[in-house]
Design a protein around this ligand. Structure first.
Ligand SMILES: O=C(O)CCC(=O)C(=O)O
Ligand SMILES: [Fe+2]
Length: 306
């Protein structure tokens, strides 16, 4: 039976025709544990916000980052499925170790040559995300985005390991597109489930990149948790399939603003040696280019979907 509202004039309005009230934050299908908890192997998981993100503590570091045992990797993977952004205790890892760690989660990504793409010598899969004291650009610091969405299979995760940081500034923001999707009205969710978007490395104001272009559904379902999340970003999405860029723009703008509402975000203020790993399928990120006169260097390694 349709639920209905009785107006003062005794006219019944079916719920479908009522204006949805402005969205409050709705819980995810399955709420996340909000307290710190310990996995069987002693690894501690400490949530960062009620909707996503967790600190990973108590990993057996004596074996180094690259030598983590299969049980630890399983615990990390489980926490990663749930929390989407993981922040590991500071340690020192070489580019090789970072690569050996990341390759346990998926095939490694090798970035094609471009301005700002500086591989570590001899370790092609690890990039140096570097801004020198007199530098201006921060790689990735243009808008909220997810990495490698212009390919299919697309980017799965990225991991950054902080080597050198400014005394203050250069934080990285993250947003959960799962929490953002859950907070939309059911009408909007239904419409978005039917859409696909074109992602191109050249971005919205250029013709689609001749090779690095892919089409993806706008709503994706997490293969392990079953949660749905929005899969769009301003850096690479040029339009919705079947629509012009101009027609796509208002909806893209709305979704970009919606996905990055403070309630769905977390801000990571880096500590040297920290490692942060995020899911590019269900989160966005935005490094803040608010520092100058200081060097900032992070090692970056990314894995693709299978
Ligand atoms: O420098 C950062 O904090 C993040 C840069 C970025 O967008 C990336 O590594 O994908
Ligand atoms: Fe990025």
């Amino acid at each position: 039976m349709m639920s209905a509202l009785k107006t003062p004039g005794s006219v019944f309005i079916a719920e479908e025709y009522m204006t949805p009230v402005s969205q409050t934050i709705r819980p995810l299908t399955e709420p996340l544990p909000s307290d710190c908890y310990e996995a069987d192997d002693g690894i501690r998981i400490r949530p960062i916000t009620p909707v996503f993100g967790a600190f990973i503590e108590n990993l057996p570091w004596t074996v180094g980052l690259g030598g983590q045992n299969p049980q630890s990797i399983r615990t990390i993977k489980e926490a990663f499925d749930r929390y989407l952004v993981l922040v590991f205790q500071p340690q020192t890892a070489s580019a090789q170790e970072l690569r050996d760690f990341v390759r346990q989660f998926g095939p490694l990504f090798v970035h094609h040559a471009d301005e700002g793409v500086i591989p570590v010598e001899g370790v092609l899969e690890v990039l140096q995300m570097l801004k020198e004291p007199d530098g201006e650009k921060l790689f990735g610091g243009v808008c909220w985005h997810a990495d490698v969405t212009f390919r299919k299979p697309a980017g799965y995760l990225s991991a950054l390991h902080a080597k050198q940081l400014p005394p203050v500034g250069g934080d990285t923001l993250f947003a959960s597109t799962v929490a953002a999707f859950a907070a939309l009205s059911s009408g909007m969710q239904k419409m978005l489930r039917k859409l696909e978007a074109v992602h191109s490395y050249s971005g919205p104001d250029a013709p689609d990149h001749p090779t690095e272009t892919a089409v993806h559904p706008v709503v994706r379902r997490h293969p392990e948790t079953g949660e749905e999340g929005l899969y769009l970003n301003r850096m690479f999405v040029t339009r919705f399939v079947g629509m012009t860029p101009k027609e796509s723009e208002p909806l893209l703008k709305f979704l970009d603003e919606h996905m990055t509402r403070c309630e769905f975000t977390a801000r990571i203020s880096w500590t040297e040696g920290q490692l942060v790993m995020w899911d590019n399928r269900f989160t966005l990120h935005y490094p803040i280019n608010d520092f100058s006169g200081h060097r900032r260097l992070l090692y970056r390694c990314a894995a693709m979907e299978n």
